[in-house]
Design a protein around this ligand. Sequence first.
Ligand SMILES: N[C@@H](CCC(=O)N[C@@H](CS)C(=O)NCC(=O)O)C(=O)O
Length: 292
Amino acid sequence: MSDTTYTPPKVWTWEQESGGRFASINRPIAGATHDKELPVGKHPFQLYSLATPNGVKATVMFEELLELGITEAEYDAWLIDISEGDQFGSGFVDINPNSKIPALQDRSGDAPVRVFESASILLHLAEKFGQFLPKDGPARTEVMNWVFWQMGSAPYLGGGFGHFYAYAPEKFEYPINRFAMEVKRQLDVLDRELANKTYIAGEDYTIADIAIWPWYGQLVLGRAYDAAEFLDVKSYKNVLRWAEAIDARPAVKRGRMVNRAMGELSSQLRNRHDASDFETKTQDKLEAEAAQ
Ligand SMILES: N[C@@H](CCC(=O)N[C@@H](CS)C(=O)NCC(=O)O)C(=O)O
């Protein structure tokens, strides 16, 4: 147990940056910090995002719909660099007052509709196109159980475990223990459920898998916080089997590339405006072209 103690003052005030990787973008107030219109492309859906796990949910969903041949789901995906504060621009705040990616504008109807919160985006698209979500009855309820489970659980993984294990300015034993315990409990929940089912809500791939995989699937695949060994992710065999199966889906491979601004240049399609962009507009190609 750490011997560092803190006596909270009577009233908390924002006096200094807390340190840690994302300290410079954290503020205790909402609202826009600067005027900036969002760009609008030619497709019915305009997505403003970044390929974090929450962002990947939206891009995988679009790519899955397109994979089914639903061309009405064509979308423009614009990179929002949260480390540069793009989420606090006035145009972004207009479509998501919570200043977090992903945010969507559905311009397919008479008037643009804003859709924020990744689960709301998944549900909006699932209902609009009648895919990846049973229409009614217990099967639909089970999918929604897991979508809400993901939304309630992932903040313990990202904001709790990930923050204290990977991003905090120092390693503190108390919060790392607290959140490692909770994340391992969550992985055990998934592992027990996936023992007898192909996907998390049954035999069909649904928005519940699309919501859960970018967080827990990628965690067991060793892609999050460099924590695979620490959390002994390989012991969750059913989660691993499920994660590998989803990882192999062509739409998931494409969805992971969209609005990605880190890693191999050939894996980054920072802005996506057309299906052909995966072949011609990845960052390695754009940089090679610019160097000529
Ligand atoms: N509950 C939200 C969470 C979204 C979220 O936390 N987005 C992060 C990136 S993964 C973000 O935009 N952070 C920027 C900030 O906090 O300023 C959702 O699922 O859409």
